[in-house]
Write a protein that binds this ligand. Structure first.
Ligand code: SF4
Length: 315
């Protein structure tokens, strides 16, 4: 499997070439909204899931192809990025290889470890998650591995701010009736004041969530969030740009590489594959379904494609 994927369009990071340092699905959380499905089993061990040298070599090749067409190189993917034990080494290698800025998307749970904080300092932007302002909501929404506990996790986010000079953007996924109530938002606001991020990005579930009951907040809930979370918070609506699959030599490889990290709407998948022509695209998609490598889910009234191995609760 390839570990460099995309570029994928992102509201926050423009055209972003993704580096997936783990394998599907490697995460110490089991968020109710996770677009990769449930974490079965959960994984909390830091280790070298994919040889770091192989990832860096693959990136060097792909960077040549995308020269001048990408805005960020982003560590993100099929689980929690900081579970890769050589993440810091890889970030430094990428920085030595290109002027393109490097971002790390993380759930932030391991920032309580001094070693992880030191590793992430080399990145130009770090985007950790903070969905819950209380331990109880943290358990219900993120369903984390038992360690670290909530206070240790949040203190890790605070401690990282003290040493980090890059862009520090917190991400909050808003889920209706969980963290969009006045009480939940006020609790979040207190934690944000402790963490002092540069920005807070409010995002909404818009791809198939692990649990089918997950809904985005309604318009009132969104306004409430913006009002209570203050000036630093902004709603980030999903990017609608094109997925660039020009770096792949065949459509099957392209579909499998992207779906492992990013379930896609059927319409955007077909549009991204357009250069192979309608007939080949239809044959490819049919073959992928028939071989049991992919699945199609209906969520929010839309058809989505994902890898078959992703665990989504039935409706
Ligand atoms: S959303 Fe991120 S942190 Fe949560 S379970 Fe999925 S991969 Fe893990």
């Amino acid at each position: 499997m390839q570990h460099v994927f995309g570029p994928v369009p992102s509201r926050r990071l423009g055209q972003s070439l993704g580096i997936d340092p783990v394998v599907p699905k490697t995460c110490n959380w089991n968020c109710v909204y996770c677009q990769l499905g449930r974490s079965e089993p959960m994984v909390a061990e830091r280790r070298e899931y994919v040889p770091a040298e192989a990832i860096v070599a693959e990136l060097a090749e792909r960077l040549e192809h995308y020269e001048g067409r990408i805005d960020w190189v982003t560590f993100v993917g099929s689980g929690e990025t900081t579970l890769h034990s050589r993440l810091g080494w890889m970030i430094r290698q990428v920085k030595a290889m290109t002027e393109i800025p490097v971002a790390v998307i993380t759930n932030g749970s391991l920032l309580y470890l001094p070693k992880v904080r030191v590793e992430l300092v080399a990145a130009d932007a770090v985007l950790p998650t903070l969905d819950a302002g209380t331990p109880d909501l943290y358990r219900r929404l993120n369903r984390p591995w038992p360690t670290p506990d909530y206070e240790t996790y949040v203190q890790g986010l605070v401690d990282f701010r003290d040493i980090y000079q890059g862009y520090y953007w917190l991400e909050i996924m808003l889920v209706r009736d969980l963290n969009d109530t006045v009480t939940a938002l006020q609790a979040l606001a207190s934690q944000i004041a402790r963490i002092r991020p540069d920005k807070v990005h409010l995002t909404l579930p818009e791809r198939p969530p692990a649990e089918p009951w997950v809904q985005p907040p309604d318009a009132e809930g969104l306004m409430r969030a913006e009002a209570i979370l203050g000036q630093v918070a902004e709603v980030v609506h999903p990017a609608r740009g094109a997925f660039d699959l020009s770096g792949y030599t065949n459509p099957t490889e392209a579909v499998l590489a992207v779906l492992a990290r990013h379930p896609m709407r059927e319409s955007e998948l077909i549009a991204a594959l357009a250069r192979w022509g309608d007939e080949v695209v239809q044959e490819t998609l049919q073959a992928l379904r028939a071989s049991g490598q992919t699945q199609v889910l209906e969520r929010y009234g839309t058809r989505f494609w994902s890898l078959a191995q992703a665990h989504y609760a039935k409706k």
